[in-house]
Design a protein around this ligand. Structure first.
Ligand code: PEP
Length: 253
């Protein structure tokens, strides 16, 4: 297994001072474990990316954006390109987070354009996939994941797809306090890995990083990380509290 990866998605939270303080506390608290044993990233809102990247410059904590646009520049009012994110110090970018799929209405096709543009722009995309509760209850989980994975990764070679981290985030577990059991999560992670083997090859499947996300807390992080196919965690709410996020990082090692 590759080095565990823990990413914090701050969503539309914090302010400039609070974001910098949170980043500094995470950098300071994770000094000894980050870089050697675990990869850590935080994903603040666009407007705080530069300030947070600056605050983390001397640390091993990386910065990611929560979204991007697939075009490189031009008349796309309100949008942000991969090269702008690189320029400001970002390493990662979330693509297809469930809130963007289900609240903003992003399609698989749009998400795919973002993933491809992120990889060609030198960013490391985190492609989020996951089923709605109704889809799980209708036994559609594998069908939905297959569609999101095949469409989301379309056009990427085996070499390029390794720049992508997949995050399995069952929508019914995001921000609800209802975490998937470790068995439920492992089952889907195993399915995703087998799907990558089918789409690419066994080595790619073994190497690709698959994170779990959905109400991860200090109390359930270690159990989730004990599962064979869970390579890391994507954390929303609990990443806004430095002590909780640090405890999750510790549990992932
Ligand atoms: C997320 O935003 O990706 C997430 C998993 O949120 P939460 O941890 O709050 O469920």
């Amino acid at each position: 297994m590759s080095k565990p990866f823990v990413a914090g998605n701050w969503k539309m939270n914090t302010d400039s001072r609070g974001g910098i303080e949170l980043a500094e506390r995470i950098a300071c608290g994770s000094l000894e474990i980050v870089s050697k044993k675990v990869t850590v990233a935080v994903c603040p809102p666009f407007v705080y990316l530069g300030a947070v990247a600056n605050a983390l410059r001397a640390s091993s904590v990386a910065v990611g954006a929560q979204n991007m646009y697939f075009e490189s520049k031009g008349a796309f009012t309100g949008e942000i390109s991969a090269s702008m994110l690189k320029d400001i110090g970002c390493t990662y970018v979330l693509c297809g987070h469930s809130e963007r799929r289900h609240v903003i209405g992003e399609t698989d096709e749009l998400i795919n354009k973002k993933v491809v543009a992120a990889v060609s722009g030198g960013l490391l995309p985190i492609l989020c996939v996951g089923e709605l509760l109704a889809e799980r209850e209708a036994s559609q989980t594998e069908k939905v994941i297959t569609r999101q994975m095949k469409n989301g990764l379309a056009g990427l070679s085996a070499e390029k797809v390794l720049a992508v981290t997949v995050a399995y985030e069952p929508v019914w577990a995001i921000g609800t306090g209802r975490t998937a059991t470790q068995q439920q999560a492992q089952q889907v992670h195993d399915f995703i890995r087998r799907l990558v083997a089918e789409m690419y090859d066994d080595q790619t499947a073994a190497e690709i990083r698959i994170l779990y996300g959905g109400s991860v807390k200090p109390g359930n992080a270690a159990d989730l990380m004990s599962q064979q196919d869970i390579d890391g965690l994507l954390v929303g709410g609990a990443s806004l509290n430095a002590d909780d996020f640090l405890a999750i990082i510790q549990a992932a090692v």
